[in-house]
Design a protein around this ligand. Structure first.
Ligand SMILES: Nc1ncnc2c1ncn2[C@@H]1O[C@H](COP(=O)(O)OP(=O)(O)O)[C@@H](O)[C@H]1O
Ligand SMILES: [Mg+2]
Length: 289
């Protein structure tokens, strides 16, 4: 059984008004345990609306969301359970830090789960450590942290709930390339340590290329779903919905056009670099060119 199964999900905003908007339209999606899935799509395609149903922040206009086969909207208790099991980090989560100290902010979720103080403390320290936050900042106000630290504190607050499914909406938005890489590695390390499942909403195609599965949304629907290689092979269709290939794939294409014999599916910088180095090694063995 899939960890999450979304069946026929529709979400209509401002129904019955001139502003009515169908943001998610009769969408089916299943996410299996242990998957790292990227959700990509142009702005306005419905990604944030979709993920807001996974922890019951939004209620479906139609359709159901099942967690381990149980409808999360069945009762108040099931909504509560879903909020503990599915952690959602919304876009620019640092704007939602509001407690007096960093410690209290990270502890907010676990406190809501009614855990005892020792367990809350263990989780806060573990989540902060996972995100590279020094305990020296615990008693500071979140407002005193740097931008990058604020983002990390906000994410730590969700990790401290030890969710089975971690959903992140554009977690690297606004970070510089080094900060992006650092955060991504941190999240993947956290996942590996506990076999968690991750759904990552991203505009960054190179990040999508590092996930096991990529789903593409357009106009409230999933229009492609597969491995990065399968999805990125459909570059014409991606372009028609306003999505470009990862930079590495574009560069690989330019090199192929220039006659360089590169293998297919080079959509991460690491793979492209390896392929170029392999060509270089072949050339060297073959003697001077
Ligand atoms: N609170 C809201 N009220 C009305 N329309 C909304 C609201 N939030 C999003 N929308 C609309 O729903 C559509 C999908 O938005 P969203 O889920 O934010 O997409 P994405 O995250 O892919 O950018 C867009 O047309 C957006 O304008
Ligand atoms: Mg969004």
């Amino acid at each position: 059984m899939s960890l999450v199964e979304i069946r026929g999900l529709t979400h209509v905003y401002s129904r019955g008004t001139p502003f009515e908007k169908t943001a998610v339209a009769d969408l089916d999606l299943a996410i299996d345990r242990g998957q790292t899935m990227a959700l990509i799509g142009h702005t306005g395609s419905g990604k944030s609306t979709l993920i807001s149903h996974l922890n019951a922040l939004l209620k479906p206009t139609a359709g159901t969301v099942l967690l381990d086969g149980e409808d999360i909207f069945a009762s108040k208790a099931s909504i509560r359970a879903a909020r503990a099991r599915v952690g959602v980090v919304f876009q620019y989560p640092e704007y939602q830090l509001f407690e007096e100290t960093v410690y209290d902010d990270i502890a907010y979720g676990p406190k809501n789960m009614k855990l005892d103080t020792a367990e809350i403390d263990r989780r806060v320290r573990q989540a902060a450590a996972a995100l590279g936050l020094d305990e020296a900042v615990f008693q500071q106000s979140p407002l005193e942290l740097s931008g990058g630290q604020k983002r990390r504190a906000a994410i730590a607050g969700v990790l401290a709930m030890e969710p089975e499914l971690l959903v992140l909406d554009e977690p690297t938005a606004g970070l510089d390339p080094a900060g992006r890489e650092d955060l991504l590695r941190t999240l993947f390390a956290w996942r590996d340590e506990r076999d968690a499942t991750i759904l990552l909403v991203t505009h960054d195609m190179s990040i999508a290329g590092r996930c096991g599965r990529v789903a593409v949304m357009a106009d409230g629907r999933i229009v492609m779903d597969g491995t990065p290689a399968e999805v990125f092979a459909r570059d014409g269709e991606l372009a028609s919905i306003g999505l470009a290939l990862p930079d590495a794939a574009i560069i690989a294409g330019l090199l192929r056009d220039a006659g360089v014999a590169l293998p297919p599916s080079l959509y991460t910088v690491d793979r492209l670099a390896d392929a170029i180095l392999a060509l270089w090694a072949e050339k060297k063995e073959g003697g001077p060119c």
